[in-house]
Design a binder for this molecule. Sequence first.
Ligand code: IPM
Ligand code: MN
Length: 359
Amino acid sequence: MNLKIALLGGDGIGPEVLSQSIKCLHAVEETFNHHFTYTEGLIGAAAMDKFGTPLPKETIALCTEADAILFGAIGTLKYDENPSAKIRPEQGLLQLRTELKLFTNIRPVKVFPTLIDKSPLKKNIIFGTDFVIYRELTGGIYFGEKKLNPEGTVASDLCEYSEKEISRIAHLAFKAAKNRRKKLTLVDKANVMESSRLWRKVVTKIGESYPEVELDFLFVDNAAMQMMLDPSHFDVILTENMFGDILSDQGSAICGSKGLLPSASIGNEHAMFEPFHGSYPQAEGKNIANPVASILSTAMMLNHLGLDEEARAIVAAVKKALRKNIVTVDLNPDSKYGTEEVGDFIAKNIIDSDDDFNY
Ligand code: IPM
Ligand code: MN
């Protein structure tokens, strides 16, 4: 199969972890006889330094032409320390989500049995955790009107949702639940927010077309607590943009390291795959960042493109690395393996196998 893949390394550890994904893709090409072409684009602070904008039009063009996009991370210390800067690296990512209409962010939270001791939660609580967050990605408070009065003393961000924005992601979430354990939890704040009440109404109505899926509702504060008390209770979580952002970071902590989990941002025409984690600028260039989240995002990309066996081969190689403790320092403080070595091991172990771990 010929595929065109856009590579956006971004900032911080983004390019380093993405390089490990590329190693794995080369191994997939060789093992399964495919031919992928790669195009590289700048985004975030890297793009601002060169073009003065976090999302140059060249980058949008190469993403539009690609079959899929692999993204690293965005943000640098310089801008984190100055949150009021007019142009910020994060705008590159937010704009790209809008340009490509990537309205659904899918974040699976799955505990690897070999890493069960790495979680800050007790084993008996996290055992069997396997849920997926469907986070709305192009609406809500992130994109609503922003205002600041001339004195700079009153500010507001509008949280607005339309029926259309809710229903397109709701259908995807119900379909996912249908193929999983058939349980969908809508997380909202319908006791307070009008937009949440609209989510409940729209999602309840759509639920009638998916009678096999059990739908329930949780207020976001309670959902955050339940995620700590009984994470294995969740199957598919559907939620709006900001709640999904917060809950997905919380979910990733359950698994022991934020460096483990992949994600997909999907629209009707385009799809982008990226690790859960951020740019971790403190680790840049130190060869200590965990490449697993980026590599598993690559597996999610292959799944999305219909290359299921290839995706399984990547996941099997990742599991082998975890089993053999070939991991970065976030998982083993005494580890002698860095980003490159873990990436090399995983790439070398990509073979045609019939592992059943799937995203
Ligand atoms: C994420 C990130 C982004 C978000 C930032 C970098 C804008 O935290 O992908 O979760 O808030 O969506
Ligand atoms: Mn986030």
